[in-house]
Structure formats: C-alpha cells, structure tokens
Write a protein that binds this ligand. Structure first.
Ligand code: GLU
Length: 427
C-alpha cells in the first residue's frame, strides 16, 4: 500500500494502521489553516512515545510478558489526557492515532488538555481479576515517570474501568507518598471520582445526535437507531435514545447482531450483556447476519466499538441519515467520502464522543479543589458544552460547505497550533 505521507521509521509501510488515517485527516485540513499551516507538522509527530515490557506472574506461577504503550501526542494546551485500553490487538500505530485524536478532541470542545493514550496488548477475558490487577500495577509503575496530575492523566477506555483506575491511582500514590486523586479520572466515587462520569460519553453522543436530528428535521420519537457496541458508550446512548422515544432496532457486538423492528427492550438487552458478556440471544430479539447490520434502514447509526468499522467495503450500503461516532476512529477517510456523497450526516468522533473527556475535566477540577458538584450540575454543564461545541463546529461546516469532521479538525488544529506558535520552539 503506497502512502502519500511520511511515516515514522518505526511503523511498517505495509501496515501503517490507524496513524495513517489520522495523517490523512490532518492532510485534508491543512489548506484551511492559513498561516498556522507552517506549524502543521507538529501534529504529525507525537511528542513522546513510551514502549514498556509488562512482566507479570500469573496465578499458575508462570511468567507472562505483555507489550505496553503510553503515547503523549501534544501538550501545547495543557497536561495530556486520554484513556488506557486493554485489547489483544493493540498496536503502536493505534495508540499513536488515539493519542492524536485525544489532542484534537480536547481542542475541538475547548477542554484545556493535550492528548495521550495508553494500551496493553492483552485479551483481558483470559485473565483473572488478580492477574489484571498485577498487569495494571506493573504497567503503571513502568509509565509512572511520565504520569502526574499536571502532566498526564489516564482514564478508562476499551476493557478498563473505575477499578482499573483505582489500581493506577494506588500504584502512583504509593510512589509519590501521598494520595493523588487528580492523576486519573473515571475512578470510583469513593476515591474522588465524579458523578456522571460513567455515563458521560454516551450522554454526549446522545446530546449531539439530538442536536443534529433537530437540524435535519428528524423527530427522535419513533426514530430508528442501530448501535454497534453495547459497552459503556453504546449502552448509555441506547438508554437515552430509548428514553427519548427512539426505537433501538439493532445492536451488534463481538458476539453477534440482534434485531427487533419494533425496538429492542434496552434494559433487558443490557442485563443480558452484563450476565452473558454479549448481545447474542438477548430476550426479545432475533439474530441477523453481522454484515446485514450495516444495510439496515435507520435514522441514526451509532458505531460505538472500535476503529475501522465503516470502510470503503460497507459505506455505500449504509442507509441511515446520521452517523454518530461513539467510538474513536470508526470511519476510514474513503468511507467518510462515500457517506458524504450519499448525503449521510456524520458527527465525527472528536466531537461526538468528547463527553467522556469533558466530565473527566470536571472530575480533575473537582479533585484540585476537593469540592464536589452534584450530578444535575455536571450533566447540565456537559450538555451545554457539547451543544455549544456542536453549534460552533456546524456553523463553520455550513460557512465553508465542508464536513463536520473537517470543521472540527479546523477548530481543533487551529487552537493547538495557535498555542504552539505563541509558545514557540525552545531553544
Ligand atoms: N477514553 C475516553 C476517550 O477516548 C476518555 C478519555 C479521558 O477521559 O481522558 O475519549
């Protein structure tokens, strides 16, 4: 595969991965950056990449080694922020792209952080809780030199949760000699977590989808919604769409695809996912082929799982009005073009799923002041920030007749590069 971009020597040109997708997105936005384009290469070079070995003694006494990464993409606007994922397919290219999307996301909604991401290449389903605790603590210890409430603040991502954050918090705090709640977000309430954080990403997805539906004259009451991923993001979004009167007609995850034209019973599906680990055979649903998920007629389609799901292969068959990217990087640039040509309105990840990092920001602020807000205030602030970001970005999109993704990237990259230009280079 030939690449028009300069890939770093440590990524294989044969399999450039999600980093190449991100580079293409930056390429597309460069003509709109005016004088700031002089600085654009800053965005194509992560500031710091740490690769670590994570050796762990398993319950049976054997020793396993896992590959771990923490990538800090850009810190011009503030400390870096981003989740840690545990997944068997984690690669450096993926973590690099996810770190860059965090920079863009934080700047797009004007939260004062740069971007980072971490990952451990492990399938957590194959390990006990005690083993996962040891993996988390050893990984944290290996990257702790670059963490800190004013430097780099992890959060949950795919297959990590509040308990994972509690272990990171404890490991880091053991090293500093005092409790440092601000070193992670998405932690349990009992350790200084924030109300509303667990639901925040899904709530943000719903908030911007509702704005877009209104813009396009779509009534949420009775609207058909298809969701890929019934984890924290997809599950919360499903609940909120159903509460607004929409019908969740299909849900897909790694166990299969379920369908009900009259609308799935979201509470029953989520309970089934909790007890069995997936949507397959959920009550009140029929199974359909995984490929058929993408061709279902709907008003709203929410990819809320992993990267690279909407590609040149399936984009043309998608029959929906709005794609709301709950996941990071679910749509390839070629697929993005196909969707746009077909009149599908895409709310990009860097806007659609920014609710999580937004409430992470609120959590971090609460930790610094040791003063906690009630859930009503948090949700109100989250919804108003998301609505304003959506309005600002969609105004730019209309003015220039460009996609919402390009408009979000213009807004974000301009903010990052303006900060970079003002700070200058040292020495
Ligand atoms: N992992 C989430 C994301 O991709 C949240 C990151 C955070 O809160 O720092 O946006």
């Amino acid at each position: 595969m030939s690449q028009p971009f300069q890939l770093p020597s440590y990524l294989s040109p044969d399999d450039p991965g999600p980093w190449a997708v991100y580079l293409e997105q930056v390429e597309r936005v460069t003509p709109y950056l005016g004088k700031l384009s002089r600085w654009v290469d800053t965005l194509k070079h992560p500031k710091r990449i740490l690769t670590v070995d994570v050796p762990v003694e398993l319950d049976d006494g054997t020793i396993a080694h896992f590959e771990g990464y923490r990538v800090q993409h850009n810190m011009a606007r503030g400390p870096v922020k981003g989740g840690i994922r545990f997944h068997q397919d984690v690669t450096l290219s993926e973590v690099m792209a996810l770190s860059a999307w965090m920079s863009v996301k934080c700047a797009a909604v004007n939260v004062p952080f740069g971007g980072a991401k971490g990952g451990v290449r492990i399938d957590p389903r194959n390990y006990s809780q005690r083993e996962l605790e040891r993996v988390t603590r050893r990984y944290t210890s290996e990257i702790s030199a670059i963490l800190g409430p004013n430097q780099d603040i992890p959060a949950p991502d795919v297959n990590t949760n509040a308990q994972t954050m509690a272990w990171i918090l404890d490991t880091y705090s053991q090293q500093t000699g005092h409790l440092s709640p601000g070193v992670v977000t998405g932690k349990p309430l009992a350790l200084g977590g924030s109300l509303g954080r667990v639901e925040a990403t899904g709530r943000g997805v719903f908030t911007v989808a509702a704005e877009a539906a209104r813009d396009l004259g779509i009534n949420l009451e009775g609207a058909r919604v298809a969701i890929q991923g019934m984890g924290n993001v997809g599950g919360t979004a499903a609940k909120l769409f159903a509460e607004a009167g929409a019908k969740i007609i299909a849900a897909q995850d790694h166990t299969g695809t379920i369908y009900n034209a009259a609308g799935l019973n979201v509470a029953a599906v989520l309970e089934h996912v909790r007890s069995t680990g997936g949507v397959a055979n959920a009550p009140g649903s029929e199974a359909i082929a995984n490929d058929d998920f993408w061709t279902l007629e709907s008003e709203i389609l929410v990819p809320a799982a992993l990267e690279g799901q909407i590609t040149a292969k399936n984009a043309a068959s998608i029959r929906t009005r709005i794609v709301v990217e709950g996941a990071n990087g679910p749509t390839t640039p070629e697929a993005d073009d196909i969707l746009t040509q077909n009149g599908v309105f895409v709310i990009p990840d860097v806007l659609a799923n920014a609710g999580g990092v937004t409430v992470s920001y609120f959590e971090w602020v609460q930790n610094f002041s040791s003063f906690f807000w009630d859930e009503e205030l948090i949700n109100r602030r989250l919804e108003s920030l998301m609505r304003n970001a959506y309005k600002d970005i969609s105004t730019i999109a209309r003015q220039h007749a460009i996609s919402l993704r390009t408009a979000a990237f213009i807004t974000a990259c301009s903010r990052i590069l303006e900060a970079q230009e003002l700070r200058g280079l040292y020495p």
